[in-house]
Design a protein around this ligand. Structure first.
Ligand code: CA2
Length: 150
């Protein structure tokens, strides 16, 4: 049986992880997070399609692609979390299980980061535990997929 594919989408500037601001985002690079996510997915019987883009339209295209071809979606929308109604619309239109993920606790940061425009379209949100949130988000997606079968 082919493993169910979960898309993990990462938004703007997350390609810079590990290089700057480790006190906020940790010292793992996005490549480290991708590798750990793939290990965790294997343990859960899932496969991962891990992507990053600085482009809002590309992320929207990938959300639509996930809805057609994937079984679950984990998204860290980066700064678009706080600005993008277009990404919210794409996520709302996508009917697969979705988890929004943030490395930092956005509620403990600047006022402009404390509102997520996109989170309302997700089944759940994981934040504030750094790179460790990615494997937890995969567990959450697995649980949501299992719940769909019942
Ligand atoms: O905490 C998160 O995961 C965020 O989604 C990260 C976004 C930020 O805009 C959100 O408010 C919260 C920013 C990611 C930028 O990452 C950088 C990493 C290293 C150096 C500079 C930026």
């Amino acid at each position: 049986m082919t493993a169910k594919t979960v898309f993990i989408l990462n938004g703007p500037n997350l390609n810079l992880l590990g290089a700057r601001e480790p006190e906020i985002y940790g010292s793992d690079t996005l490549a480290d997070i991708e590798a750990a996510s793939k290990v965790k997915a294997g343990e859960l019987g899932l496969s991962v399609d891990f992507r990053q883009s600085n482009n809002e339209g590309t992320l929207i295209d990938w959300v639509q692609e996930a809805d057609k071809h994937a079984t679950g979606l984990i998204i860290n929308p980066g700064g678009f979390t706080h600005t993008s109604i277009a990404l919210l619309d794409a996520l709302t239109a996508a009917s697969l299980p979705k988890i929004e993920l943030h490395l930092s606790n956005i509620h403990a940061r600047e006022a402009f980061r404390q509102k997520s425009i996109t989170a309302g379209a997700a089944n759940g949100v994981i934040m504030g535990i750094g790179a460790a949130g990615y494997p937890l988000a995969l567990e959450a997606i697995k649980s949501l997929i299992e719940g769909q079968k019942r």
